[in-house]
Design a protein around this ligand. Structure first.
Ligand code: AMP
Ligand code: MG
Length: 392
């Protein structure tokens, strides 16, 4: 059994070779940039009005101003502003030559069809100056960035309609267990519904990773081997849940050996999540054996699988860890493993452990804001002490 940090180090020390492809901008969410994005223009590209108002000279603010024209957004001004002159401008319109401020419509009295007067005490410039946000040639987004909606706005603004991103790894999911039926079925006596597969598929999809599902492998070496071999042919990563532990029917390690996998570790000092296995195939593909219990499988995907998938997508994953005060005293008897406890955020902003009966308690995560980690060796944490919480 190895510790979590060691397991993560082993996983992240695997060499991977992400390839790039171009995709439509609209499909680039949650993909990773495979190129620096360089701006082909200044932003804004011209001095732009930040408000609806009148473009004029600051030195004329005490006087009546003659209105020369109306300048809508997208149009080129026809007149230069000279002494005691102004032009009406819309938000986003080009500021006419000669003007050094835009007075807001709210601060203006209209005297006649072409005369106005500034009525406030002072005004800001209300001008967004050429290039103040982005300069032509600026690297606006760096290679390796995980693309979020706000980055898509930046890519759109600087003309990346088909950004180059790294190829998605192909993940295949296999669940094991004679006791499992699929969600549309009513389980007979002694059976339960397969929740892991659907949870893992969703976890992959939330990352915009390609995911395929092989189905439920019965607790049989032969049938599990057939499924693993088939999944291996066409995928980069296999996630197989259940059958990894010490039970009589936990065949996954044997079957992976037979399929040609080499193990890096077979159990991790984590609670939940101890029976977690990581292996690679000579073809360069990877396989995680994840615990059968759904909370463990969820956590191990977040904590160990995700960093590898991101690495395969060309992204260095740096999960957020918050330091929050604990809402009530915490106690545990055993402290040999790194413990992850689901917590919610109470109105005081403290981490409050939710009711949690262990790794099969699937609905314990319903209201969880994150996972609080309790280090090896720690049995007691007092209310108000700072704990590490990883949002999930
Ligand atoms: P195992 O590691 O195969 O012994 O499974 C550990 C526990 O997780 C057992 O109680 C299984 O019934 C349960 N389990 C295994 N696979 C799944 C699954 N796909 N969905 C829900 N529970 C599962
Ligand atoms: Mg099983």
């Amino acid at each position: 059994m190895i510790e979590f940090e060691e397991a993560l180090k082993i996983i992240l020390s695997r060499e991977v070779f992400p390839e790039a492809e171009e995709v439509e901008l609209s499909c680039s969410i949650n993909r990773v940039l495979a190129q620096d994005a360089v701006s082909d223009m200044d932003m804004p590209p011209f001095n732009k009005s930040a408000v609806d108002g009148y473009a004029c000279r600051r030195s004329d603010l005490a006087d009546e101003l003659k209105v020369l024209e109306i300048i809508p957004a997208g149009q080129i001004p026809q007149f230069r502003i000279k002494e005691n002159e102004c032009s009406k401008v819309m938000t986003g319109a080009m500021v006419p030559e000669g003007a050094d401020c835009i007075i807001m419509i709210e601060d203006v009295e209209v005297l006649s069809s072409d005369k106005i007067k500034f009525t406030a005490e002072k005004t800001s410039d209300n001008i967004c100056y050429t290039g103040e946000d982005i300069r032509l040639g600026d690297v606006v987004l760096k290679k390796g960035l995980l693309i979020k909606p706000q980055h898509i706005a930046v890519l759109a603004s600087v003309g990346y309609s088909r950004p180059k991103v790294y190829r998605k790894p192909k993940v295949n999911i296999i669940t094991t267990g004679d006791e499992l039926v699929e969600p549309h079925q009513k389980p007979d006596v002694g059976k339960i519904r397969n929740s892991n597969a659907w949870q893992l598929i969703a976890q992959c999809e939330a990352m915009n990773v390609s995911v395929d599902y092989s189905g439920i492998a019965p607790d049989s070496k032969e049938e599990t081997l057939v499924m693993i071999r088939k999944a291996l042919a066409d995928n980069d990563v296999i996630l197989i849940t259940g059958g990894v532990s010490m039970g009589d029917y936990d065949y996954v390690p044997d079957v992976l050996l037979e399929a040609g996998f080499t193990f890096y570790f077979k159990s991790v000092a984590m609670q939940p999540g101890r029976p977690t296995l990581f292996s690679s195939h000579k073809s360069g593909k990877f396989c995680f054996g994840l615990p059968g219990n759904p909370v463990s499988s969820f956590n191990q995907f977040e904590l160990l699988v995700k960093p590898l998938l991101y690495k395969m997508m060309g992204h260095v994953y740096k999960p957020v860890v918050l330091h929050l005060p604990l809402a009530k005293d915490f106690h545990r008897k055993k402290s040999k493993r790194l413990n992850f406890i689901p917590v919610l955020l109470n109105p005081e902003g403290e981490a409050l452990p939710v009711e949690y009966h262990g790794s099969a308690h699937i609905n314990s995560l319903n209201d969880a804001y994150g996972l609080m980690s309790i280090p090896i060796g720690t049995t007691e944490i007092k209310k108000g002490d700072i704990v590490n919480v990883r949002p999930v």
